[in-house]
Design a protein around this ligand. Structure first.
Ligand SMILES: *[C@@H]1O[C@H](CO)[C@@H](O)[C@H](O)[C@H]1NC(C)=O
Ligand SMILES: *[C@@H]1O[C@H](CO)[C@@H](O)[C@H](O)[C@H]1NC(C)=O
Ligand SMILES: *[C@@H]1O[C@H](CO)[C@@H](O)[C@H](O)[C@H]1NC(C)=O
Length: 810
């Protein structure tokens, strides 16, 4: 069978007519009811005339309706064509080739033309021609790929085919891809002749640059006009760990105060990693850190924050260089340097170091003597280590700056241990920081003693009084000298300056306790012998050389009433024959006699008073209370007894008072010859022998008295050459018949060389123990003294002049 197909519908009709004719003529003229074949394009409109069946079959158009011409399907399926009254085969319903035939190449619909009366049956085949009414279409509008950025060039990814319902030329002819940087399209034929496309990676991917790539894939057919369909390609670029972490700065420079507290943030290092996920998850750590710094700084693994975790000290380390690294998940790392400069804070107080110390300096050290060397240090820098040094005021020391941070402590004036024996010198060092820090040091300095003070007595001179007849050995006074020096330089030892008192060494009178300065009497003193003396006491310290000073001690011996009055005239031995002649014509008040008495004591003890104890005629005579003058109380008359006898008592004024008595014989007569014959009635009983002795005694006394007067003159004359031989005339030894001078207090004492005494000596030790050394002569005194043969006569005389019972008390 010959069939023609044409794209042109009009020519098609014509051709089909020709074909029908030719077929009828050439092959099967007998098939009157032969087949008609038409070609029509799909999608023709309703009533579109495909061909004229009547003409093609040679049928009379007029009979068509009468013969009930109609089109039937063989299988009663849907009819798309119909025949009209003019015999035209027309489109009755829109034909969709793709629906009817799908992808079959030939799409022929078979119909039958049925005529009745007579029944005729003609086959009509209708070939449906494709038109490009369908565009290529992808199954999925969006194609998604996940491609790692690390994929190499040339990698291919097959794409879904597009589908076009049309066939032949109208089917999918090719693909195209939107221009892009990474992919090209490679179109391939598959084994059933269809085309498919592959994405080919032409340039490598970089997720960090572009992580999503959107492309449009177009499929086009070969129809005219051409139709096309698109699909979106979404390429998700998967990350590969192809980026190392990068720090925000290669070097972090930080300054940090050294007193930064724990937890202070130093810096936060941060790095970035272009990768994502684990590939870009960074952790931080120190990659290089010194041991010292490792204790001071910590880094937060996650945040990169570096904090202070220890005590920073500029003085230990001023500069830290640390390396930190950032590591991503798979382990790519990079590092950055962190340079930390520590800034000094004035946190170190100055240190004072004592380099040398003379801890004991003598008080005579010269001004400017160096006593200590100190060194000051401060670990801070700059102004913080500029140190000023000073010592407190009001001490005789100062600091002299010496070479570089050294100071010497020197004295600024003379020292005096006795004023300040030690010093606590406070050295203050202050640095120049703000606020400044300071520290102090106390140097204890002792001043050593020099024996520069002599002992000084508390008094300029000492006067002491001692009552005579003292017990030997008693202390009479004490002297004290002070010496402020130290120990032996201030230890005072007392001693007497050797001297002579009336040719006797003073040491026989007094002794002094070396240590205490208590002065003891060595013997019993007798005021009547001498009344005062002076002695020098030396106080000497124990230094070397020793210093000393001396003081005068005046010793005054005070009187005790130890002497009773001594009657010089008349002799009071009771055996005196001496009588006083009283003229008969004596009138009242006339002086008839005088009792002369002396008292070796002085003052009140020697103030004598006279009293008539007993008289022959009580009213005839009176005696002067203090002068001892016996006067007539009335005119003497013839009737008065010729012999008058008075007993006179002489009393001193001491307490208790001592007294002596004597008898005075008065002969009232004008004839002296009567005198010797006179015999007192009271003595008439005495034998003539006693009277004779009395006369001898009286004569001797008178003789001696005269001799005595001569001697006094002689001695006075001699005293100019030998003044100490005897006493002064002013003593209570009468040079004339005069009453004693009781007012006398002062005066050079007299010492008898033969004076017995008790001797005591100190042992010389400082313990004040005394030893009784020399013998004590108990039967000290007798009426006579024997020692000095030359003077013995005189002394005997003197003693006999004094009362006989004197001294018994000694
Ligand atoms: C010095 O200090 C010592 C001990 O603190 C103290 O005993 C002494 O009295 C002080 N001396 C002076 C002179 O202040
Ligand atoms: C006493 O003074 C002397 C110098 O005069 C001195 O050498 C000595 O050390 C001093 N003695 C004492 C105990 O201080
Ligand atoms: C006593 O002191 C004086 C001056 O104070 C001095 O001249 C004299 O020599 C001293 N005498 C003795 C014995 O030390």
């Amino acid at each position: 069978m010959l069939s023609l197909s044409s794209k042109d519908v009009k020519f098609g009709t014509f051709k089909s007519v020709l074909t029908a004719v030719l077929c009828s003529l050439l092959f099967n003229l007998r098939t009157v009811s032969g087949d008609l074949s038409y070609t029509v394009q799909e999608e023709m409109k309703h009533q579109h005339v495909i061909g004229n069946v009547a003409n093609d079959l040679g049928l009379n158009v007029l009979t068509l309706s009468t013969r009930k011409a109609r089109i039937d399907t063989e299988d009663n399926s849907k009819r798309y064509v119909d025949i009209n009254l003019t015999g035209d085969l027309i489109i009755a319903d829109t034909i969709d080739r793709e629906k009817l035939c799908g992808s079959r190449q030939n799409c022929i619909l078979n119909y039958e033309l049925v005529l009745e009366n007579p029944l005729e049956l003609h086959r009509i085949s209708l070939q449906i021609e494709d038109i490009n009414d369908n565009a290529p279409k992808f199954l999925k509008e969006r194609i998604t790929f996940e491609i790692s950025e690390s994929v190499n060039k040339g990698q291919r990814y097959r794409l879904d085919e597009a589908h076009d319902s049309d066939i032949g030329q109208n089917g999918v002819k090719g693909y195209s891809l939107e221009r892009n940087d990474h992919f090209v399209l490679s179109v391939q034929d598959n084994n059933n002749g269809r085309k498919y496309a592959e994405l080919v990676l032409e340039n490598e991917l970089d997720r960090e640059q572009q992580k999503d790539i959107y492309l449009i894939l177009t499929a086009f057919d070969g129809g005219i006009p051409q139709r096309s369909g698109t699909a979106g390609i979404h390429i998700i670029v998967l990350d590969a760990n192809d980026n190392i972490p990068v720090f925000s700065q290669p070097v972090y420079k930080i300054t940090l105060l050294e007193n930064a507290p724990l937890g202070t943030e130093v810096v936060t290092v941060s790095a970035s990693d272009a990768d994502e996920g684990a590939n870009g998850a960074l952790t931080y750590e120190f990659s290089r850190i010194s041991d010292g710094a490792a204790h001071l700084f910590t880094i937060d693994k996650q945040t990169g924050q570096i904090k202070v975790s220890g005590h920073l000290d500029y003085e230990e380390e001023r500069y830290y260089e640390i390396e930190a690294q950032a590591i991503d998940g798979p382990g790519l790392a990079s590092t950055a340097s962190i340079i930390i400069d520590i800034i000094d804070i004035n946190d170190n107080e100055p240190r004072i170091i004592l380099k040398a110390l003379t801890d004991l300096i003598p008080e005579n050290a010269m001004v400017g003597t160096e006593v200590a060397i100190i060194n000051v240090q401060d670990k801070d820098t700059g102004d913080n280590r500029q140190i000023r040094c000073s010592v407190q005021e009001n001490i005789p020391f100062k600091l002299n700056p010496s070479i570089k941070n050294y100071f010497s402590l020197v004295t600024t004036s003379l020292l005096d241990r006795e004023k300040d024996a030690d010093y606590n010198i406070t050295i203050i060092a202050t640095d120049g920081g703000s606020p400044p820090l300071s520290s102090t040091m106390i140097i204890h300095l002792s001043i050593s003693d020099i024996n520069d003070n002599q002992p000084v007595f508390e008094q300029e001179s000492y006067i002491t009084y001692i009552v005579e007849n003292n017990k030997p050995g008693i202390s009479i006074c004490s002297v004290t000298a002070r010496d402020p020096d130290w120990r032996q330089n201030g230890t005072v030892l007392y001693s007497l300056v050797p001297s002579m008192v009336n040719s006797v060494p003073v040491s026989s009178f007094l002794s002094i306790n070396t240590a205490t300065g208590v002065i003891h009497a060595m013997k019993s003193f007798d005021y009547e012998r001498f009344r005062n003396f002076k002695v020098q006491v030396v106080a000497r310290d124990n230094g070397s050389p020793p210093l000393s000073s001396n003081v005068t001690v005046s010793v005054y011996i005070t009187d005790e009433n130890d002497n009773s009055p001594q009657i010089l005239y008349p002799s009071s031995d009771g055996k005196s024959f001496l009588t006083e002649m009283v003229p008969k014509a004596s009138s009242s008040g006339s002086l008839v006699s005088k009792v002369i008495a002396v008292d070796a004591d002085s003052g009140q003890n020697a103030w004598l008073s006279y009293q008539i104890l007993k008289a022959t005629d009580a009213g005839l005579f009176t005696i002067g209370l203090h002068n001892g003058e016996i006067r007539a109380l009335r005119d003497i008359t013839e009737s008065d007894s010729m012999k008058q006898n008075l007993i006179v008592s002489v009393k001193d004024n001491g307490h208790p008072s001592l007294s002596a008595t004597c008898s005075v014989y008065l002969l009232i007569s004008d004839n002296p010859a009567e005198g010797p014959e006179f015999k007192d009635r009271t003595y008439e009983e005495s034998n003539s022998k006693i009277t004779f002795y009395l006369i001898i005694a009286l004569v001797s006394v008178s003789t001696f008295f005269l001799t005595f007067i001569v001697l006094i003159v002689a001695i006075k004359f001699c005293n100019r050459r030998k003044p100490r031989l005897l006493f002064d005339g002013a003593v209570a030894i009468p040079s004339a018949y005069l009453p004693p001078n009781y007012a006398e207090v002062e005066g050079a004492g007299t010492l008898r060389s033969s004076y017995n005494y008790d001797g005591y000596l100190t042992t010389g030790s400082r313990t004040s123990d005394f030893k009784f050394v020399t013998s004590y002569n108990d039967n000290t005194f007798s009426g006579t003294l024997k020692k000095d043969p030359e003077d013995s006569n005189i002394i005997n005389l003197l003693d006999s002049c004094n009362s006989l019972e004197v001294r018994q008390k000694i």
